[in-house]
Design a protein around this ligand. Sequence first.
Ligand code: AMP
Length: 287
Amino acid sequence: MFIARTLQDLSNALRMVANDPSTTLGLVPTMGALHAGHLSLLQAARRHGHRVAVSIFVNPTQFNDVDDLARYPRSEDADLALLRDAGCDLVWLPSVGTMYPDMVDTRIEIGGAALGWEGDARPGHFSAVATIVTKLLNQIRPVRAYFGEKDWQQLQVIRSVVAELFIPVAIEGVATMRDMDGLALSSRNRFLDAEQRRRAPAVYRCLVRAARALAEGDAVPAVLDTAREDLLLRGFDVDYLALVDGRRLRTIARPVSGARLIAAARLGDVRLLDNTPVDADLTSRMA
Ligand code: AMP
């Protein structure tokens, strides 16, 4: 496994890893503090027959809150050990100075899927994500890049950036990896205390219950209200819980093909994001 920390290292490592024309490279961008969810992206890349590059970069520009950036977990040694065991070929660990040589003179502006939800909760966040991912894609030039469905809105933002800027890479969404009780794995779960951890799976349970009710034809406003109230009763602050179209994340009044239930809810100062598909086919079959 090659570990590159400078652009010179990266160019040498890329020459070694993709040294013959039959090898193709897959990229998994991460912010480190790796868990089984991140590794499932790496495994998807390996299943596609790619050599795998994983980037670890805690991108300062995508944090709205300096405290959130300061406390973001970092565990480089453990990450490298996990990646070595998982069969990663190349790890890209750039510095902030490498990624932002002129600080932030250039960035991507984005509308569409980036508007609303996380875009409202974290102004400028998706512009920063789109910019850093574009930089990583240009540095590594993978044929495919892998992103988690866990961050559904981010996945749609990346899809539209790549399509609209004609970046020659295929974007692959990978299903959310969960703990046994349904909680989506996240680097931030370590901030949950024991009591919060016990309650946390309710987000996914409420989403699944709501998705089932929608698929059975229950009225959308009633289903969403019930799910929100359920979370409030369990001590969550609900930032949003909504039915949206899966691509541009616009609110929809009834389930359509590709519809998604998305939610962000807080327990103390830990913010949990999750989402689930709604089986609109089932709705129309039952109509
Ligand atoms: P992060 O390090 O949190 O920025 O995440 C890096 C990538 O891993 C993103 O594409 C995330 O969507 C993805 N990811 C995070 N958690 C999970 C999970 N539980 N299952 C699948 N992918 C995930």
